[in-house]
Ligand binder design. Sequence first.
Ligand SMILES: Cc1ncc(COP(=O)(O)O)c(C=O)c1O
Length: 394
Amino acid sequence: MKIPITKTIFGDEEKEAIVKPLESGWVVQGPNVAKFQNMFAQFTKSKYAHATTSCTTALHLGLEAMGVGKGDKVIIPSFTYVASANAVEYTGAEVVFCDIDLNSFNIDIKKLEKILFKEKNIKAIMPVHLFGLCANMPKIMDLAKKYNLKVIEDSACGFDSWVNNQHSGTFGDCGCFSFHPRKSICTGEGGMLITNNQEIERKVSQLKDHGASKSDLQRHNEKGGSLLPDFTMRGYNYRMTDLQGALGICQMNKQDYIMSGRRKIAKQYDLALKDIKHLITPKNFKNYIHAYQSYVCIFSDGESLENLTMDQIDKINIKRNIFMEKLEELGIATRQGTHAVHTLTYYKEKNKFKDEDFLMSYAADRLSIAIPVYAGMADIEFDYVIACFKKVLN
Ligand SMILES: Cc1ncc(COP(=O)(O)O)c(C=O)c1O
């Protein structure tokens, strides 16, 4: 049996929907993108939503719209996908890494406070809602207020993630989402920036469209469409296509099926993995609703996670990797959760980092294991996964 790490949920609706722009000829950012944006804004309860080519480009736009640039510093967690850091570098600003809390895989608030106390020229914080669990946004917003900082939420994994009934991406100045196939809802590639700030909305709308003061669709729908608009800022082409917009609408229409399906499998894992001491399951926190973009465990040999040493981490890492290889042989796809960005050659060499500089991120990199989760996972598939875990671990 082959069990993938996740599955995109595409059906006849998507097939029909993407043909329509081909027939009408309007394939660039147009009516479908507009509708997708509206649906997304409504779902997240945000005022504005702008579709982009990816979450990375949405993050770049958001940072630039908030005024982040050369001479500024932006704090990000050191355990995240490299795109969070890259987006900061695009602006010329400097990345300041903060270690994570291994219990949530999200930024460690105590360490964040220490950095804010010590570092100068911090302009913004970019919390990441990793694997679909919100970072501690109430505390982060308190700190942002105290230190007068901008907040851009990397919510690539955070669709349908909530804290105190508030959707991820709506706490800070803006929030950015990904629709890559590893994410819960998918448009091929694709991203979305949401904000309640009119100034940011206006800037993002222009920046994603070369700096144009009017979109193509607006121009075509108005008199005088034969003349190009003015370009009042240097922008980019980060526009989503209308084919992707059409996919996005379909995915929003079935988000309930997708998300409840993922949560159902997560619950089944919570129960089934209780007796498997080698796999520490994701924690649930009061007032947080986890979206399980990934179901990520920590591989353990029974040691306490509180005082892990490099030596211990490296030893367990070997066992985790063998576990993953054996599962692959049995047809089960797993992945390390994500990576510790400070250990990646570019950032490591640039900052002269040592792996142990952000120890919990290093541990998460070496010990995390994402296991298959997708809506519609059949009982026979689920049972096979659990049986293989037991077989390999025994
Ligand atoms: C935490 C995080 N941030 C940013 C991104 C980048 O998203 P995209 O591939 O849509 O640019 C990802 C994608 O995996 C991610 O996991």
